[in-house]
Design a protein around this ligand. Sequence first.
Ligand code: FAD
Length: 306
Amino acid sequence: MQYDVLIIGAGSAGLSAALTLGRCLRRVLVADGGPPRNEASPGVHGFLTRDGIRPAELLRLGHEQLRPYTSVEVQCFQVDTLVLEGNGFRATGHGSADDTPLAVTARRVLLATGVSDVLPALPGFRELWGRGVLHCPYCHAWEVRNQPLAVYGQGSTVTGLALLVSRWSRDIVVVTDGPGHLTANARRRLRREKISICEEAVVRLIGSDNRDLRYIEFANGELLERAALFLHAPQHQRSSLAADLGARLTSKGAVWVDSGLRTSIPRLYAAGDTKPGNQQALLAAADGTRAAIVINENLSREEYSR
Ligand SMILES: Cc1cc2nc3c(=O)[nH]c(=O)nc-3n(C[C@H](O)[C@H](O)[C@H](O)COP(=O)(O)OP(=O)(O)OC[C@H]3O[C@@H](n4cnc5c(N)ncnc54)[C@H](O)[C@@H]3O)c2cc1C
């Protein structure tokens, strides 16, 4: 096998795992397939010592701090297939900047491939994503605290998110974009917190040049002025590598792992957003470290038992 560990994905989870494995003198390849999930965001918030850092700068520092660890290589490498081979894996793909075919073998693989967010197919959502359209109050609500906010969605999902966001602003409108499918109890809970409900269909979001939200335009022609809109966007896995190998997925499509971040496929691990749990950059980095320790100890056990 060429490498002890192939790490697929060079976001917070992947780079953090590479750092710990480099410090263990492991031969590691980090396959860097391109931008992270939060590429569109101006700042990563809540990351101890790096609060508000640009996403690209956080990763640049991550790459820079790998340099002393010469057993770690980082390659622009979009992994397309991952198959079992001998006591490890073979990964094939191509350079992420060009089409150069690439193939490597490794004793262990860590999937740190993240997720993508599926936004409503209406003008403005994609354009304002990460700035005027936000997914996570813990990441971004402080920046828009005490301002007029919208929370978009239907049913219990929008109710829970609106009640959560009401911690940061007392001026919230739930925008359901058509029938809200809200129970009488949900309506009562929202009303109690003075959160209003608008069930008119949305036509588009209108933003400013710097991608802040200004107005929500409805099918009846009305405009609602708001500083930001929160939503729980559905997500899908950035890569199908785990599913292609037959790894167990959760009902929500995340890669199932046990408490040691082991997937259901022997020698295959997963860390960061790709597995279930809260999704934050610092938590993904912590996962990467945890997975690296578990992998190093597993490799060591195999080596000592030869
Ligand atoms: C708009 C937005 C704003 C956010 N703001 C914050 C914030 O303020 N604070 C915070 O803590 N969190 C924030 N998050 C969440 C944060 O981005 C994620 O929790 C974090 O990026 C997860 O890290 P990760 O390493 O698991 O995945 P990612 O950072 O998404 O990295 C996964 C990497 O894997 C690569 N990859 C995927 N498939 C392949 C493949 N087949 N081959 C090679 N590489 C591949 C991708 O290109 C990507 O670089 C935000 C998310 C979004 C969407």
